[in-house]
Write a protein that binds this ligand. Structure first.
Ligand code: AMP
Ligand code: ZN
Length: 470
């Protein structure tokens, strides 16, 4: 069984080849933990999970690493606005992220390194780049990557085709210190950012003075630290192609001299009314919002996996309704075939797929999830026709497909003493209102919660919902 996936670098669908011992290394750029992740972020994480699961059903052992960005411009700014230490602030949002990942049935990565825990590796990487003449300390005390020293800069994002000159030395003052920049430009970018008063206590020592690592550097350092100089597959949303991944390639390859990534896997955006779902546009939905409308995380996952990852997916509430119906149908079939228990380890393709062969083939053909779901339902119709004659291969095939797509059919995961979705949404809205110092709104939410029979207890880093004693 060959697994093919589109590669952003070559613009071709290429076969995925594990190492001779069957392992495949996968690095995914993780969340920046300064607020709740939205379901746009989760489209990317869900598709990465489907890729990993599919590879596992093909017999590969996936060494999956996903980082946590726990220091950057945004985490520092927001932790300070809330009067919290960076560590406490990011620990709180990391936990919330993990809870959402579990609810969405995402397999936990083998390792989940954080930038703050890898300062040493990042400083070492910068030193290598400075020693090799690829980086310089500027007058502002920050260290920049010299883009002109890396002639192939811009290959991944085809910068040259977008009529931008690469390799040219930036004009005075052209280098960028910001972690995020939108300009379609090949400009020198910060590897080490000199300490500024607004950073507060968030700085570390380095040979170039006090400061902190730049955002782009973190992934290069952690990817090479945990998976070696060359990784099989590196992934993120398409917004990361430029400049983030372009910068990762430059830093890593200039330091190691080895090819950084064999295969680039990028996921197109989740959209709302024609715009990318994003925090800055304020058009986002969190898993809490989805629950508040009465939908389950499993239905959200099904919706997020229903479109091909290479195309933008438009989010509407109707798609969630459709997912609910599709899942009800699947649940019935799974019950009849007695394959309801979600597998912990991957059921394998080599044990036979029966009528689900075409469905799995679609997944292996550039992770074509809409065709795979179509194949799943065609397979189910054939199973119904077969009745008692369904074979062990058919049953294994259904198991394989449910595992690969991460479809969890256990009906309702809420425990009796867990707050209902409306209460969770109100508590979330109150928390947001409090953070924005909108006291009347926070108060309104508190009263509504009380009317539902729930009380919020605020802690140092978050809140707890407790039932009001009757
Ligand atoms: P961030 O926390 O902003 O660093 O993003 C985490 C991941 O979500 C990255 O891989 C982003 O590319 C991805 N992402 C952000 N917005 C969207 C969206 N609307 N649709 C799909 N993926 C997204
Ligand atoms: Zn990254």
């Amino acid at each position: 069984m060959t697994l093919r996936l589109h590669d952003t670098m070559t613009r071709e669908d290429r076969e995925i080849h594990p190492a001779p011992d069957g392992t495949l290394s996968l690095y995914c750029c993780g969340p920046t933990v300064y607020g709740p992740a939205h379901i746009g972020n989760f489209r990317t994480f869900v598709m990465q999970d489907v890729f990993r699961r599919t590879a596992e059903t093909c017999g590969m052992r996936v060494r999956h690493v996903r980082n946590i960005t726990d220091v950057d411009d945004k985490t520092i700014r927001q932790s300070q606005a809330e009067g919290k230490s960076l560590i406490d602030f990011t620990a709180y949002w990391s936990e919330r992220f993990h809870a959402d990942c579990m609810a969405l049935n995402l397999l936990a990565p083998e390792q989940e390194p954080g930038a703050v825990g890898h300062i040493e590796q990042q400083v070492t990487l910068i030193s290598r780049l400075v020693d090799k003449g690829h980086a310089y300390r500027a007058a502002d005390g920050s260290v920049y990557f010299d883009v002109s020293s890396f002639p192939s800069y811009g290959r991944l994002s085809r910068l040259a085709e977008r009529s931008i000159t690469t390799g040219a030395a930036p004009a005075e003052g052209e280098a960028v210190a910001s972690d995020e920049y939108q300009r379609d430009d090949a400009v020198d970018f910060a590897l080490w950012k000199a300490r500024k008063p607004e950073d507060g206590p968030n700085y570390w020592c380095s040979p170039w003075g006090e400061g902190r690592p730049g955002w782009h550097l973190e992934c290069s350092a952690m990817c090479m630290c945990h998976l070696g100089e060359t990784v099989d597959v590196h992934s993120g949303g398409i917004d990361l192609i430029f400049p983030h991944h372009e910068n990762e390639i430059a830093q890593s390859e200039a330091a190691s001299g080895a090819e950084f990534v064999k295969h680039w896997f990028h996921i197109a955006h989740l959209m709302v009314d024609g715009s990318k779902m994003s925090k800055s546009l304020g058009n986002l939905y969190t898993l809490g919002d989805i629950r508040a409308k009465g939908f389950t995380p499993a239905e959200a996952r099904y919706t997020l996996a229903s479109g091909h990852y290479g195309q933008p997916l438009n989010f509407t509430w109707d798609t969630l309704h459709a997912s609910r119906q599709a899942m009800a149908r699947l649940r019935k079939a799974a019950r009849t075939c007695d394959v309801l228990d979600p597998s912990i380890t991957a059921p394998l393709v080599r044990d036979g797929l029966g009528v689900f062969e075409p469905a799995h083939a679609a997944l292996c053909n550039d992770l074509n999830t809409p065709a795979a779901l179509g194949g799943l339902f065609t397979g189910l119709r054939e199973l119904e026709k077969k009745g008692e004659a369904a074979s062990a291969e058919d049953r294994n095939g259904l198991r394989v497909m449910l595992y690969a797509l991460g479809i969890d059919l256990s009906e309702d995961k809420t425990t009796p003493d867990e707050a209902p979705p409306e209460a969770l949404a109100l508590a979330e809205a109150r928390w947001k209102a409090k953070a924005a110092k909108d006291w009347p709104e926070a108060d309104r939410c508190r009263k509504e919660l009380a009317a539902l029979g729930w009380q919020v207890k605020d802690g140092k880093d978050g809140y707890e919902l407790i039932p009001v004693a009757s």
